[in-house]
Write a protein that binds this ligand. Sequence first.
Ligand SMILES: NC(=O)c1ccc[n+]([C@@H]2O[C@H](COP(=O)([O-])OP(=O)(O)OC[C@H]3O[C@@H](n4cnc5c(N)ncnc54)[C@H](OP(=O)(O)O)[C@@H]3O)[C@@H](O)[C@H]2O)c1
Length: 292
Amino acid sequence: MIFIKLNRHDSNSPVLHHSREKFMIMESKVVFVGAGNMAEAIVSGMISAEFCAPEKIVMTDVRPERLAEIESEYGVMTDTDNHVVKNAEIVILAVKPQVMLEVLQDIAPVLRPETLVISIAAGIPARKIEAVLGEKFRVVRVMPNTPALIGQGAAAIAAGVNADEADMEVTETILGCVGVTVRVKERDLDAVTALSGSGPAYVFYLLEGMLAAAETMGLDKAIARKLALKTVEGAARLMEDSGEEAEALRAKVTSKGGTTAAAISSLDHAGVKEAIVQALLAAQKRSVELAE
Ligand SMILES: NC(=O)c1ccc[n+]([C@@H]2O[C@H](COP(=O)([O-])OP(=O)(O)OC[C@H]3O[C@@H](n4cnc5c(N)ncnc54)[C@H](OP(=O)(O)O)[C@@H]3O)[C@@H](O)[C@H]2O)c1
């Protein structure tokens, strides 16, 4: 039963081939510490994939009104006391990085050493989490992005020193409920943060420019929005389906002396491609700084 349902969702997940891990997830008690946007997205994905029964999920938060909202929407259990992690087999740390240390120090005395700890917080190295919880803890870090909110996320996951293959598969399967996942070395998570973590903002920035131009040219706002959004989505799909490189696809729509050539020449003249490269490098540098 579950095989069929998961297959529909993510046919590439290695967990699908190992009933032991799948069973473990189904039977595991999962506690989300922090019931914000990202935690809600993941819980929503897990429940709609029928991957985990709501009663197996507990969400904690400092705001009781937020928990009441979550409880009525998803039927999960909630608690304002983070010490409920003491009964968890999997803990997903989903608070902001600024409060992570305080949260780790609070839960460390009650967390069982066999609990798998998954952190979605940006910029907190696994070794820092292990240093507070205990050096033996199995930690997996995740860098998700906001399209996870609609099940279209792109997440990278990285193992801490003690996390094993089964832990990675479990994490992949959970994040697979809200999009695609890839595995990387932890040292690459700063680059991932710059590429896909902050990535949606670059696309929105491009759209801001496209829509501002559309307005200047006098196009109807709703029509421009519809065309621009489908253009971005369609271009991404075309690149994925064709397997071709971005440059080759761009060359195909850029005939000499044509309209696209005029636009690309203007972008090149303004140094836009180099500016994008520098922007991502700045994001990566900032990610490293924040981790320190
Ligand atoms: N959003 C993204 O695009 C994105 C991308 C990659 C990674 N992430 C990571 O995902 C994590 C969550 O992000 P988010 O956007 O979901 O943040 P969020 O919406 O602010 O969620 C965090 C929740 O935790 C609550 N909280 C604060 N202190 C707490 C405590 N001591 N115990 C339990 N809950 C507590 C917050 O309540 P208050 O609001 O009252 O403080 C809030 O409801 C962050 O670490 C972020 O780095 C996010």
